[in-house]
Design a protein around this ligand. Structure first.
Ligand code: NAD
Ligand SMILES: O=P(O)(O)OC[C@H]1O[C@H](O[C@H]2[C@H](O)[C@@H](O)[C@@H](O)O[C@@H]2CO)[C@H](O)[C@@H](O)[C@@H]1O
Ligand code: MN
Length: 448
């Protein structure tokens, strides 16, 4: 597809991540030239605040850019090369319920894991498939780079419902963890210079090898840090940076020490804490103030406050908008597809033997080489018994959720919740499910 410049649609234009990603696209213009950006959202009001502020920013910093925003799919998806998708069906109000309803039953409540993740998955599948269908109808050669959550369930749904679609699901958690590993090992060139092996499902995986650009094995040093402080040694202590990291994330990066101790041969994804220490997570959660509240009081207020400020002043000068440097992985991926760079990415893809002793139809997260014709997986061989057991259980949860959504099956969703390592019994699973059904009326398909 190599072109002089590209047209990009950001689906979920009203997202708190949109300004950071839009500014990042401008910053990366030299290696990924973008001449057209369209914001698309199904919530006109929320999107307008973000879009009007970005419009002012673009006018002042990139007047040549063809920018528009819309809720009309024809306008949004015609003549484009890439869709960057970050939608949240149900907004933070529903995330809050995903987190608080399970906690009411003594079960962990989390955005993408356990009961909360299952509830969010049941809402997201339809929204992501709808956007994929719009893209394929109006720009059949475009690629959709999806990081809408819960990515594991969304990816499985796309595999089942749209197996030939040009969608790539990717997550930024391992990228952030690689940044931290590079920092703790003082690696020159940072995360991009690391060579790694990794296997798992999204938000459910393990690094097995990490080398620097000269081939030196970094695992012994990373393990020493994990044993002492989890990922905390990887947090940069530059002035001003730490205050951007909320308390709950600090706990998560620290708790990785205990998660690592369960299998000291590998380096875990932080999200494994929800499956290995669900009782600890429940004990340390405040059922009246969860991460959704922290985000609504923090990131959402900050981003929307800055947008309103720009709109009121008519200028973006001194507005506090910042490019999301962390999100440059999205441009790396778009460049790989557009320019055939054959770079290595951790993607969520059909297993087909990449993890040889695991379900061939699972959507696994493994390293892939990406070029103009898509991705090729790098085989990770066999996983040990412990990981195999965990993976079999979790992939069954995710597959049952998708089957429940497709068939409208109460029974299968109940089984999915029952099977989750975060839920103690079929009885509790049923009680949580019945409350979630009530809360998600209008978002989930009707279950029989
Ligand atoms: N995979 C990753 O690494 C990663 C990292 C960060 C965030 N995320 C995900 O990005 C998404 C956005 O997060 P946020 O916190 O900014 O949420 P947000 O609520 O601020 O923004 C989401 C936007 O999506 C819109 N939307 C919802 N349903 C839609 C639909 N069917 N069609 C079009 N637009 C729709 C909403 O109106 C809203 O403006 C979430 O899914 C989040 O989990 C993923
Ligand atoms: O609770 P949130 O909404 O702040 O974050 C949930 C997302 O968390 C991951 O992304 C993180 C990132 O990995 C972390 O280090 C931090 O710095 O920022 C990101 C966004 O908050 C995860 O990969 C996403 O899937 C979650 O949605
Ligand atoms: Mn993620």
């Amino acid at each position: 597809m190599s072109k002089k410049s590209y047209a990009v649609t950001i689906a979920g234009g009203g997202s708190t991540f949109t300004p950071g990603i839009a500014l990042m696209l401008l910053e990366e213009h030299d290696r990924f030239p973008v001449d057209k950006v369209v914001f698309y959202d199904n919530n006109a009001e929320r999107q307008e605040t973000v879009a009007k502020a970005c419009e002012i920013y673009f006018r002042e910093h990139a007047p040549e850019l063809d920018f528009s925003y819309t809720t009309d799919p024809v306008e949004a998806f015609t003549g484009i090369d890439f869709v960057l998708a970050h939608i949240r069906v149900g907004l933070y109000a529903m995330r809050e319920l995903d987190e608080k309803i399970p906690l009411k039953h003594g079960v962990l409540g989390q955005e993408t894991c356990g009961a909360g993740g299952i509830a969010y998955g049941m809402r997201s599948i339809g929204g992501v498939i709808e956007i994929l269908d719009y893209m394929e109808k109006y720009s059949p050669n475009a690629w959709m780079l999806n990081y809408s959550n819960p990515a594991a369930i969304v990816a499985e749904a796309c595999r089942v419902l749209r197996p030939h679609s040009r969608i790539i699901n990717i997550c930024d958690m391992p990228i952030d963890l690689m940044d931290k590993m590079a920092t703790m090992c003082h690696v020159k060139g940072g995360r991009r210079s690391l060579q790694y092996s990794y296997y798992g499902l999204n938000h459910f995986g393990w690094f097995t090898k990490v080398y620097d650009s000269e081939g030196n094995d970094l695992m012994p040093e990373i393990k020493r840090h994990m044993a002492k402080n989890g990922y905390l040694d990887g947090i940069e202590h530059e002035e001003g940076r730490e205050q951007h990291i909320d308390e709950s994330w600090i706990y998560t990066f620290g708790k990785a020490k205990d998660v690592w101790a369960v299998d000291p041969e590998t380096i875990p994804n932080t999200y494994l804490k929800y499956y290995l220490f669900p009782d600890y997570v429940v004990e340390t959660s405040n059922p009246n103030y969860t991460r959704a509240n922290e985000v609504m009081d923090g990131r959402e207020k900050r981003v929307f406050g800055a947008c309103r400020d720009i709109i009121a002043k008519g200028t973006s000068e001194g507005c506090g908008f910042e490019a999301d440097a962390h999100a440059t992985y999205i441009v790396d991926l778009a460049c790989a597809l557009a320019e055939n760079t054959k770079e290595r990415f951790l993607l969520i893809v059909p297993n087909d033997g990449a993890v040889s002793n695991f379900d061939e139809t699972a959507m696994v997260e493994v390293p892939c080489i990406v070029g103009a014709n898509g991705y090729e997986k790098i085989c990770q061989g066999k996983v040990p018994q412990f990981q195999k057991g965990m993976l079999e259980q979790q992939v069954s949860v995710e597959k049952l959720v998708v089957q429940a959504w497709v068939e409208g099956s109460y029974q299968k969703l109940w089984q999915a919740l029952t099977l989750s390592a975060t839920i103690p019994s079929a009885q509790v699973a049923k009680e949580v499910l019945d409350d979630l059904i009530e809360a998600n009326k209008g978002y989930w398909p009707e279950l029989k």
